[in-house]
Design a protein around this ligand. Structure first.
Ligand code: F6R
Length: 366
C-alpha cells in the first residue's frame, strides 16, 4: 500500500508530479488557451463582482491560502484576505453579500473551517470549497467548489495536498484574470504552458533527495531552525517550518526574510540552521543580502536556489537547486526540498514520520 516506499509521507512527496497533473487534467487546456472549471463558470458573476475574496483555512491549507493571496492579487487584481478559520469565526468579522469566501481543506472535515463556512453563508457570502476528500462535510456545505484530486493523503504531514491546493487556486486565479483582462493574452498563455510543465520540474526537484539526505545528517540534532522567504516564497517558509516541527519535533519558525532584522536575527549563532529560499525571481538581491547578514553572524545556511545560481553558492553552506519557472509558480518547486528535508531529519531522529505524536489527520473538534 506504500507502493514500495518506507512511509506514506515519502510516497506522497513522490506522487506530486502525478497529483498535480491529476489536478489540472481536463481543466488546463493550454493548446486551446482555456481553463475549464464548471464551479467557477457557473458563478462567474459572483467572483467578478466580489468586493474581495476571503480565504479561510487551518495549518498547511492556510499556507496554501497565503500563496493564493499573492497569486490572486498579482494576476487577477482581486483583493484577498487570508484568515485562520478559528480566529475568523469568533471575531465577529465584517461579511457582506458581495464577499466570496474560499475555504481550503484537505480532509473537508476541519471543525473550525466548517464553522467559518456556516457563518459566512448566514451572512449571505458566496462560499467556494477547495477540498481533497470527495463528498466531505466542507464539500457538501459550500455553494460550489473544485476538488484537488490529489488522491488519498495518509501521512499526517500534508504534502501533495498543499501543492495540489496551490495548483487549483492558480487555475482559478488564471481563469478570473482571463475573464477580467488583467493579464495580456500572451501572459495568460505563458502561465498555462508553464503550469503544464510543472510536474516535470517537480520531478527534477525530487532528484535532490540524496543531497538533502546528506544535509539532514548534519542538522538532525539541531534544537531550532529558522526558515526565511519573501513574496511568493514567504508562505513556503512558513510551511517548511511547520513540516519540520510537526514530524521531527525540532522547534522551527518561518519568517518573511526582511523581518529577520526586527527580532529573529538575535537568535543567529553557529548553532542555528537557517533555511533560505532564494530563487532568482522574487527579490533575489534582497534575499542575498539577508544571507550575507546570517553569514556574518556565523549562522548555518541551507539555501534553495534556481538551477545554475552562482552567487548564493559562495555564501551558503549548502545549496539545493530547483528548476527555473515563472515567479507565481515557484512555491510548487521550492516546497519540495523542504518536505524532503523534514522527512529525512525526522527519520534520523527516530520519529514516527507518518503519525507524529499528538496530531490527527483530520481535526474534527475545535
Ligand atoms: C500539517 C497538517 C495540518 C492540516 C490542518 C488543516 O501538515 O496536516 O496543519 O493542514 O489540520 O487540515 P485540512 O486541510 O484537512 O482542513
Amino acid at each position: 500500500e506504500k507502493g514500495g516506499y518506507d512511509h506514506f509521507m515519502l510516497k506522497e512527496i513522490y506522487e506530486q508530479p502525478r497529483a498535480i497533473k491529476d489536478t489540472y487534467r481536463g481543466r488546463l487546456l493550454a493548446d486551446e488557451g482555456i481553463v475549464r472549471m464548471a464551479g467557477i463558470d457557473q458563478n462567474m458573476e459572483r467572483f467578478l463582482n466580489a468586493n474581495r475574496i476571503i480565504i479561510v483555512a487551518c495549518g498547511t491549507s492556510w499556507h496554501a491560502g497565503l500563496v493564493a493571496e499573492y497569486i490572486f492579487e498579482d494576476l487577477a487584481r482581486i483583493p484577498v484576505e487570508v484568515e485562520y478559520a478559528s480566529e475568523f469565526r469568533y471575531r465577529n468579522p465584517v461579511i457582506t453579500e458581495n464577499d466570496v469566501l474560499i475555504a481550503i481543506s484537505q480532509s473537508g472535515e476541519t471543525a473550525d473551517t466548517l464553522a467559518a463556512i456556516k457563518m459566512a453563508k448566514e451572512k449571505g457570502a458566496f462560499v467556494f470549497g477547495v477540498c481533497n476528500v470527495v463528498g466531505s462535510s466542507i464539500a457538501r456545505e459550500t455553494h460550489a467548489g473544485a476538488y484537488t484530486h490529489a488522491g488519498p493523503e495518509i501521512g499526517v504531514a500534508s504534502t501533495k495536498a498543499f501543492t495540489t491546493q496551490i495548483t487549483v487556486l492558480t487555475l482559478i486565479a488564471l481563469k478570473l484574470a482571463k475573464e477580467k483582462g488583467s493579464l495580456s493574452e500572451a501572459e495568460f498563455h505563458g502561465y498555462l504552458t508553464e503550469l503544464e510543465g510543472i510536474p516535470a520540474k517537480v520531478e527534477k526537484a525530487l532528484e535532490s533527495n540524496a543531497l538533502i539526505e546528506t544535509i539532514a545528517t548534519e542538522y538532525k540534532d539541531s534544537t531550532n531552525c529558522l526558515y526565511l522567504g519573501r513574496g511568493y516564497n514567504f508562505p513556503v517558509a512558513l510551511e517548511g517550518a511547520l513540516k519540520l516541527k510537526e514530524i521531527s519535533y525540532i522547534h522551527a519558525e518561518g519568517y518573511p526574510a526582511a523581518e529577520m532584522k526586527h527580532g529573529p536575527i538575535a537568535l543567529i549563532d553557529e548553532e542555528m540552521p537557517v533555511v533560505v529560499i532564494a530563487t532568482r525571481k522574487g527579490h533575489y538581491e534582497k534575499v542575498v543580502s539577508n544571507i550575507q547578514e546570517i553569514k556574518s553572524r556565523s549562522g548555518r545556511i541551507i539555501a534553495v536556489v534556481t538551477e545554475g545560481d552562482e552567487s548564493v553558492k559562495e555564501l551558503a553552506d549548502h545549496v539545493v537547486e530547483v528548476p527555473e519557472t515563472s515567479e507565481p509558480l515557484t512555491p510548487l518547486l521550492t516546497t519540495i526540498p523542504l518536505q524532503l528535508l523534514s522527512y529525512h531529519i525526522a527519520l534520523m531522529r527516530g520519529c514516527n514520520v507518518d503519525q507524529p505524536r499528538n496530531l490527527a489527520k483530520s481535526v474534527t473538534v475545535e
